[in-house]
Design a protein around this ligand. Structure first.
Ligand code: ATP
Ligand code: MG
Length: 719
């Protein structure tokens, strides 16, 4: 142990110390963001080792993301030094599950070199299974089966455990049979999917109690971070493992539970106290991360949730800067303001690594990334590819690249059979041979090939269709706006349809990205200029080690902290998400609010929210209204800055507190407007109904609104 680590306990407050020093028996730390839960876990590991209670390999520590695992390794490294005795088992549920399964693979019918299928392979396999069962794959697509099966696995249900009613609901009662068939196929392939990594451990342990007991004895101390986001399978896994020694310490925050849509169950927190009676429950109330204003804003917001265990948080930090709310005319201006603010922080010598931009959906990233590239601001996207590197965007790009340049073979090959059009590997090989022989590009070779009888009739017909489409699209580019052509291409090729038919959870996001993609083209004079821009963005090199702004979704930000956090896109319909607003119950909205709370609490010193008055929604410009979450922030902690004069309807909301925007949503007369404007600057604020208790007033066209208070004149298209 390093000498400085000996003092590791000194920095802790009494409650934290209790959580660290209660080494025996179950411990549950239920505490808010930034109260040092993760710190308690890392210190606990150091403590167990320093006091000789455990050697590193007696310890199992579960984190939620690989990033968190790395960070924890780093923190532990700092406490116990480059571990001479090796590191504890430390990683995500999946990583640890894999490690265990590899050792006992043969007992669950696998070989130890089993492969873990990625989503793509998983889907391909499901498709085969569906076809094998003579089910119409169009009606019951592989993705929705995937979603259903993942759901069962998240709940710890193997094929034989699925409640009959649920198995009935899929594909006219064939859900159960499909699940069984899928598992059998996996076994034949010596493969597993992500869900299996835990499910098969459960099976292994249930069928071989001696092996379970081995692990129970081995992992004498178990620690779990972000406990609120465990799903049932993970919970069962933990419970089995911890049952014997019961030295299990879980830390979590019900107000940060944001994976309900992926099967996480907050109830696991309540279950813990039930399954581990006598658990020492520690509550931490001092937040060490954020300034007073940030904490007040976050606490005020989350207080609006009904279903929560409830807790208080305090800080001894100074109030600091108020949380700022900036309204922008549209999302482009929002991105511009964001860039300016970051540059200004940079000039003041703030480190870019201490700045994060957290978005609700990945489609928001495109405009921000473009702006960063223009400004030459180095950035990284955490937890996902950069916008133009996403699969659906690369596919769309490939179509455009072939249209612009018929000799782009790489692009052609990418979309040759995407969406599926019966052009399999055999056809591609024939085509390659043809192209090589004549030394011509694949598209040109296709044109020749369809005039021969080398291909089966069906493949020939399909290929002819593709060739003719590309000729047609190339002509369109000559005389139509290129973004419209792109739209046409995506539709005629069946690409958009492919995602529309898709029932998986991420399909909606991909469609959203595609729309954003088409819309981004409008900013360029022609297709060539657009494609050049994209290749520049894609090249913007990731200089290793350099300081960079972090860009990620709110979901990916859990557990992290930054000095400055930008939170763009706080508009109803985007955040909270429309799906949550459409839902009848409160559950969806409350999960969105927790997500907002996670976002705010990532900030140490500065939290900067923004919204755009106009944003494209489903391809049409819509005037939006600021997120209801903004209204819910306590007035004292928030500053409305740079509210543009053209942000008009809201102007009346800036006077007369109690909330930064006045009592708008508390006022029954306030009507939400989701008005659609014809064009970006044409219809200014749209034609919806925006009004207050005095009776809604109609706003239309180029308008000058009647002032309801202070400066609230519309300035039309002024920017
Ligand atoms: P989250 O819920 O967001 O995951 P958390 O409860 O895990 O937050 P940590 O990340 O462990 O909180 O701690 C937040 C910050 O406060 C960290 O920078 C940590 O080093 C610091 N911190 C925690 N406890 C103390 C303490 N006793 N003294 C000083 N700083 C502390
Ligand atoms: Mg944490």
């Amino acid at each position: 142990l390093r000498p400085e680590a000996a003092s590791y306990l000194k920095g802790l407050n009494p409650e934290q110390r209790r959580a660290v020093e209660t080494t025996e028996g179950p411990v549950l730390v239920l505490a808010g963001a930034g109260t040092g839960k993760t710190r308690v876990l890392t210190t606990r590991i150091a403590h167990l080792i320093a006091t000789g209670r455990a050697r590193p390999y007696d310890i199992l520590s579960v984190t939620f993301t690989n990033k968190a695992a790395r960070e924890m390794k780093h923190r532990i490294g700092g406490l116990i030094g480059p571990a001479g005795e090796g590191m504890p088992w430390l990683g995500t549920f999946h990583a640890i599950g894999t490690k265990i399964l590899r050792r006992h693979a043969e007992l669950v019918g696998l070989r130890s070199d089993f492969t873990i299928l990625g989503t793509d392979d998983q889907l391909r396999l499901m498709k085969q299974v569906i076809i094998d069962q003579n089910i119409d794959e169009k009606r019951w697509p592989a993705r929705s089966l995937g979603h259903t099966i993942d759901g069962w696995k998240n709940r710890g249900l193997g094929p034989e455990q699925v409640p009959p009613g649920e198995a009935q609901a899929f594909a006219f009662g064939k859900g159960g049979a499909l699940y069984t068939a899928y598992q059998e196929r996996l076994k034949t392939l010596n493969a597993v999917d992500f869900g299996d990594l835990l499910l098969l451990c459960l099976k292994l342990w249930r069928e071989h109690p001696d092996i379970l007991e081995n692990y129970q004895d081995r992992f004498r101390y178990i620690l779990v971070d972000e406990y609120q986001d465990t799903n049932v399978a993970q919970y069962l896994w933990l419970r089995l493992l911890a049952q014997k020694r019961k030295n299990v310490a879980c830390v979590g925050d019900d107000d940060q539970s944001i994976y309900g849509w992926r099967g996480a169950e907050v109830d696991n927190i309540l279950r813990f106290e039930h399954d581990f009676p006598g658990a020492v429950v520690v509550r931490l109330e001092r937040n060490y991360r954020s300034t007073g204003h940030i904490l007040a804003a976050a606490s005020g917001l989350i207080a609006k949730n009904e279903s929560r265990l409830g807790k208080t948080l305090r800080t001894e930090a100074e109030q600091g800067e108020p949380v700022t709310v900036t309204g922008a005319w549209d999302s482009e201006e929002e991105a511009r303001l964001l860039g300016e603010e970051i540059e200004s922080l940079q000039r003041k010598k703030h480190s870019l690594s201490e700045i994060a931009v957290l978005v609700r959906i990945s489609a928001q990233m495109r405009e921000i990334e473009d702006r960063f590239v223009q400004l030459g601001l180095p950035y990284r996207v955490i937890g996902g590819p950069r916008f133009y590197e996403r699969a659906e965007i690369r596919d769309a790009l490939a179509y455009l690249r072939v249209t612009a340049n018929p000799a782009d073979d790489l692009a052609f090959e990418r979309i040759f059979n995407t969406p599926k059009r019966g052009l399999g590997d055999a056809t591609l090989q024939t085509l390659h041979a043809f192209a090589r022989a004549d030394r011509i590009p694949l598209l040109a070779a296709s044109r020749k090939l369809i005039e021969t009888d080398e291909l089966k009739p069906r493949a020939r017909t399909m290929l002819r269709g593709l060739v003719e489409s590309f000729s047609r699209w190339a002509r369109l580019v000559e005389n139509q706006p290129h973004s419209e052509v792109a739209q046409t291409i995506l539709e005629e090729s069946g690409y958009t349809d492919m995602w529309k038919k898709d029932r998986s959870a991420d399909a909606a996001g991909r469609l959203e990205n595609l729309k954003e993609f088409v819309r981004s083209m409008e900013e360029f004079p022609d297709l060539a200029a657009f494609l050049e821009h994209v290749s520049l963005v894609m090249e913007a090199s990731e200089t290793e080690g350099a300081e960079r702004v972090s860009l990620m979704t709110l979901h990916a930000a859990k557990g992290l902290e930054f000095d400055t956090v930008f939170l763009p896109g706080w508009e109803d319909g985007l955040f909270p998400n429309q799906r949550a607003l459409d839902e009848s119950g409160r559950a969806g909205l409350e999960e969105e609010r927790r997500l907002a709370h996670v976002g705010l609490t990532r900030a140490r010193k500065r939290a900067k929210l923004s919204f755009a008055v106009n944003r494209r929604i489903h391809g049409l410009w819509s005037s939006t209204i600021p997120s209801r979450f903004i209204d819910e922030l306590p007035a004292g902690a928030v500053d409305v800055i740079d509210a543009p004069a053209h942000f008009s309807a809201g102007a009346s909301r800036f006077d007369r507190n109690p909330t930064p925007f006045g009592s708008s949503y508390a006022t029954p007369g306030w009507q939400r407007a989701q008005a659609q404007t014809g064009h970006k600057f044409g219809g200014t604020f749209g034609s919806g109904t925006v009004g207050r208790s005095g009776g809604p007033r109609q706003i239309e066209g180029e308008l000058v609104a009647k002032s309801t208070g202070s400066a609230s004149a519309f300035t039309g298209g002024a920017r």
